[in-house]
Design a protein. Structure first.
Length: 90
């Protein structure tokens, strides 16, 4: 099973917890990831939500989880469409 576990409580930016629409950076990134996966019809990769991944200094955080290979925790993602596309490509 492959999934992208995204911290829902990650800040929107260094200065702001929430974006202009009231969502956290993690929730904004999740929305972009789900859009990219849907558009590319990648049904074998799922997005999961986690309240905290304990890496708050490196927001936004994504745990790239795979039961058949190594899993990685990565951070410093901006909550943007471009970041979502890069995460899915990786």
């Amino acid at each position: 099973m492959r999934s992208l576990v995204v911290c829902t409580t990650c800040r929107f930016s260094t200065e702001e917890s929430y974006g202009p629409d009231g969502r956290s950076g993690g929730e904004t990134l999740i929305s972009h990831l789900e859009d990219v996966l849907r558009e590319r019809e990648l049904t074998g990769l799922k997005v999961a939500r986690q309240k905290c991944l304990w890496s708050c200094k490196r927001h936004c955080n994504v745990w790239m989880r795979d039961t058949a290979r190594f899993s990685y925790l990565a951070g410093d993602f901006e909550p943007t469409r471009e970041a979502a596309e890069a995460i899915v490509k990786w």
